[in-house]
Write a protein that binds this ligand. Structure first.
Ligand code: NDP
Length: 390
């Protein structure tokens, strides 16, 4: 049973796909959860609307240019209003906050996650880029400050759920499922001409633009492989990816005796978000349930790292370790932004990422400052490679 006191939740990135779904959960379960703080980057209108509906203690807009407008719009309410990246990190540390949902997209999620860990908060981690960029540092800090990291990503939530009650039993590997995205069956020739609109049309999941492009290019799956390493303490050869187009099995764990446990459900992010909020309990839900009589087939195939080079690049970053995955992430953010703005073709994204990975000096045991410097340098290099590719 869940405790009777309401959990206080800080939602970093409340205006995004994950953030808005998290707010739906709070709305459905007002006896269990209360919103302590919400943050956004630019979308001030939605942030105002959310603040008026949920009446949090604090609201932060990262873009300082929107501060005056936000403050004026909420002036009649007893809500503290702040602006800037530092304030986003500060709300993650606030005393009354029990759970910090890191639903910011990209590298910007790293600093507030570190600050929340140092404040010993429960981290409901959606921002996978944090673990891709700095998994080793994050794990060290989470151990040092005894801050639990609960996965929100559906695949990692599935693995996490399969491991409940298995602490005495070593696993032999995890099997991360991938939908394959909108281009699963496309040939190399077809991939050369795909458009932004096609890439944004994911067959099974409705998500923010950046992760939708990452899913189409399979970088998302590569990130999830790296995320799994840090969340579950795995070696590279213990992380397998299998394409499962129906997105019913969210991932699996194979144990040493050969038994495999899988977690299944409808593809709906509300489920893993809510599991992170309610863990170790499950909360009764009226959401759509699986009807096995309607599922005619569950199919599996090997991923193709030749057509989807990003998956191979992510495995390579994992193999090399150090600051290489930080480079991978930075270069990817640059090319995804360029693709979304029609400045690079779909397949060229992998070229820029690979060339950037080869250009940045290797650091075996990066500090936080090393990650910041690596991110900056990798973005600069990726931008210049981008110009040359055009
Ligand atoms: P969205 O793009 O939909 O939302 C991103 C949120 O982050 C928005 O609230 C946005 O504010 C805010 N934001 C963006 N940039 C900054 C910044 N520089 N500083 C502060 N806030 C910022 O993303 P998603 O919700 O799709 O994804 C969020 C994270 O969750 C990603 O790391 C993604 O990989 C992960 N994830 C998402 C899933 C999904 O189903 N969407 C599934 C699994 C993981 P604004 O609206 O003002 O721009």
């Amino acid at each position: 049973m869940l405790e009777k006191t309401k959990k206080q939740i800080a939602i970093l990135g409340s205006t995004g796909s994950i953030g808005t779904q998290a707010l739906q959960i709070v709305q459905l379960y007002p006896d269990l959860y209360e919103v302590y703080a919400i943050t956004a980057n630019n979308n001030v209108e939605l942030l105002i609307q959310q603040a008026r509906t949920f009446l949090p203690e604090m609201v932060v807009i990262a873009n300082k240019n929107k501060y005056a407008y936000l403050q004026a719009a909420l002036a009649d309410l007893p809500i503290k209003v702040y602006a800037g990246a530092e304030s986003v990190a500060e709300v993650a540390e606030m005393g009354p906050v029990d759970i910090v949902l890191t639903a910011i997209v990209g590298y910007a999620g790293l600093l507030p996650t570190i600050r929340a860990i140092k404040a010993k908060k429960i981290i409901a981690l959606a921002n996978k880029e944090t673990l891709v960029v700095a998994g080793e540092l994050i794990n060290r800090l989470a151990n040092q400050y005894q801050a639990p990291i609960l996965p929100v990503d559906s695949e990692h939530s599935a693995i996490f759920q399969c491991l409940v009650g298995e602490s005495a039993n070593p696993l032999s590997k995890v099997i991360i499922t991938a939908s394959g995205g909108p281009f699963r069956t496309f040939t190399h020739e077809q991939l050369q001409h795909v458009t932004r609109e096609q890439a944004l049309n994911h067959p099974n999941w409705s998500m923010g633009n950046k992760i939708t492009i990452d899913s189409a290019s399979m970088m998302n799956k590569g990130f999830e492989v790296i995320e799994a390493k840090w969340l579950f303490g795995l070696k590279q050869d213990q992380i397998e990816v299998v394409v499962h187009p129906q997105s019913i099995i969210h991932s699996m764990v194979e144990f040493e005796d050969g038994a495999v446990k899988a977690q299944l459900g409808v593809p709906d992010m509300i489920l893993p978000i809510h599991y992170a909020f309610s863990y170790p309990y499950r909360v009764k839900s009226t959401a759509q349930k699986l009807d096995f009589k309607q599922i005619s087939e569950l199919t599996f195939e090997a991923p193709d790292c030749t057509r989807f080079r990003n998956l191979g690049l992510a495995y390579e970053a994992l193999r090399q370790g150090g600051n290489v995955a930080c480079v991978l992430n930075a270069a990817n953010e640059v090319v995804v932004d360029a693709f979304l703005n029609d400045r690079i073709r779909f397949l060229s994204m992998s070229d820029v990422i690979e060339q950037t990975m080869q250009s940045i000096p290797f650091i075996a045991s990066p500090t936080y400052d090393d990650y910041v410097a690596t991110d900056e340098e990798a973005r600069r290099v990726a931008q210049s490679k981008l110009q040359k590719i055009k």
